[in-house]
Ligand binder design. Structure first.
Ligand code: SF4
Ligand code: SF4
Length: 492
């Protein structure tokens, strides 16, 4: 690994002064940014000259900085406001992602399960048709012109009849309301069969599953008494992807997405994990750190690790992913790709945890099996752990306007607004960053965490520092790779 992971106290944040861009010292280069997310990287020597006023506007560096709206004393706020408004137009839309839990029951016992699943044999944890109808009615009250209904769990396909009911009822309702309507299902793929697959593909439902790496790692993380969870996942992932191809879907959009959750078992196996993804033709690996939610809070001593250990592992993955790209292999790491979209394009990648404010209640809502509504799925997970701080109301009882406008939604939004944090106000990474009040609450007991002690701040800062180092004097080949990672493909 070539990139040195700095700790929070080594990262130098410069206080914003009127008329100056933000500065960030990665230890190797200086990153200059403005509120709209324009950036340029300079050497420490150039930076020193810039601060002393020795860089003239008509010099080659001066011209670049002026063009990027970064030249000290010449920052055009009106131009910045136009760009910012374009990037933040999601603020006017309303929730478009609606996470529905048809059941909390699951047939696997993943060591890190964030969802506090219940055993498959239990009763009383399934959504009823009556509740499902009220949930869909609430979803369609959204002001967003686009709706994605995402089934999560538990294992949602255990309650397949309710999944089917929700899809059919939503499609019927949409004949009149005419929104852009999409469905996706997050599933371990062990409860699917040919009939269910056909039904879901006929309705263009997107699949997302978990793949933690080669069989040894995956099965250790995701014990399954009946079979190897790895074998089930690979069997159905291959089957569904072949079916998408056979039906003529654009496989850049329609394929089984996979999430990779990092546990202690993963550390030291970065290359094998990436190779596993490449072997199955998966083009995106989303490396996620563990969060202390659900079972993971109880099994932490067995599967957890420090932020430093995670970052070391993450950069081993990212270095290898880039090495493969340079050899022509098509694979990207999702978190890095999300940051790159924010860095080199003028659009928001619609990833609700990397926004300021975040998507809680205004970009997404989560509906539990019993109809209770939360700002997001993590808030619902907190409820399953006995914490009701983020409960907004219930489907069929509370009005959309009261859910979105609730003091709970407002508090989370303020607590995820980077400008509300003195530590973030001078940070050059603010235009690309996002923080999570629920993780703050879990780690520090307060939705307004201290960013100096936040693992999420540390991870974001380290990844952004790595990416900006790559951007410095970037080769055309590398830039083309990053551009490829930032391509947007519409499901239409
Ligand atoms: S949370 Fe993000 S914006 Fe705030 S200091 Fe950390 S990296 Fe910078
Ligand atoms: S509170 Fe956290 S998990 Fe929920 S939407 Fe905001 S960032 Fe995401």
């Amino acid at each position: 690994m070539r990139y040195r992971i700095p700790n929070n106290s080594q990262l130098k944040l410069y206080k914003f002064r009127e008329g100056l861009p933000y500065f960030f010292d990665t230890g190797e280069i200086i990153v200059l940014t403005n509120d709209a997310g324009d950036f340029h990287t300079v050497s420490p020597g150039e930076f020193y000259k810039l601060l002393k006023g020795e860089i003239k506007e008509d010099s080659s560096l001066g011209k670049i900085l002026t063009e990027k709206n970064l030249f000290p004393g010449r920052i055009d706020k009106d131009q910045m406001a136009i760009w910012l408004a374009r990037k933040m137009k999601f603020l006017n839309a309303g929730p478009n992602l609606h996470i529905v839990i048809p059941t909390l029951r699951c047939n696997q016992q993943c060591l890190y399960c964030h969802a506090s699943r219940r055993d498959e044999s239990r009763t009383g944890f399934d959504m009823t048709e009556d509740t499902a109808k009220k949930v869909v009615d609430t979803i369609f009250d959204t002001t967003s012109p686009q709706i994605t209904i995402e089934f999560q769990g538990g294992e949602p396909l255990i309650n397949f009849e309710i999944v089917r009911f929700i899809i059919e009822y939503a499609l019927e309702k949409n004949k009149e309301i005419q929104k852009e309507l999409y469905f996706s299902v997050v599933t371990n793929l062990s409860k699917i069969d040919e009939k269910k697959m056909k039904y879901l593909l006929d309705r263009s439902v997107l699949f997302c599953t978990s793949l933690d790496g080669p069989q040894k790692i995956h099965d250790a993380n995701r014990p399954f008494s009946k079979n190897s969870s790895y074998r089930e996942t690979i069997k159905w992932m291959t089957r569904i992807n072949n079916e998408y191809k056979k039906r003529g879907f654009d496989t850049n959009i329609y394929h089984v997405d996979a999430l990779m959750t990092t546990t202690r078992q993963s550390l030291g196996h970065a290359k094998e994990i990436v190779d596993e993804y490449v072997k199955h033709g998966i083009k995106v690996i989303h490396v996620r750190p563990l969060n202390p939610l659900g079972f993971a809070s109880k099994t932490w001593s067995k599967i957890g690790y420090t932020t430093d250990e995670f970052l070391k592992f993450y950069f081993e993955i990212l270095d290898y992913v880039i090495e493969l790209n340079l050899k022509g292999v098509e694979i990207q790491e999702r978190t890095a790709a999300l940051f790159i979209i924010k860095m080199i394009t003028d659009r928001d990648p619609n990833f609700l945890d990397l926004r300021s404010p975040c998507g809680a209640g205004i970009g997404q809502m989560a509906y539990n099996y019993d109809g209770k509504i939360f700002t997001c799925d993590e808030a619902r997970m907190m409820h399953e752990m006995g914490e009701d701080l983020f409960l907004l109301g219930s489907a069929g009882k509370d009005l959309y306007v009261d859910l979105v406008g609730s003091p709970i939604t407002r508090s989370i939004l303020v607590a995820s607004l980077l400008d509300a944090y003195p530590y973030c106000q001078g940070c050059a990474f603010k235009p690309y960053c996002g923080i999570c009040p629920i993780i703050n609450y879990m780690e520090q007991g307060d939705i307004f965490g201290s960013m100096e002690h936040s693992s999420k701040c540390r991870i974001n800062k380290a990844i952004l520092g790595y990416l900006f180092n790559k951007m410095h004097n970037i080769s055309n080949e590398m830039l083309q790779i990053f551009k490829k990672w930032s391509i947007f493909r519409s499901r239409e």
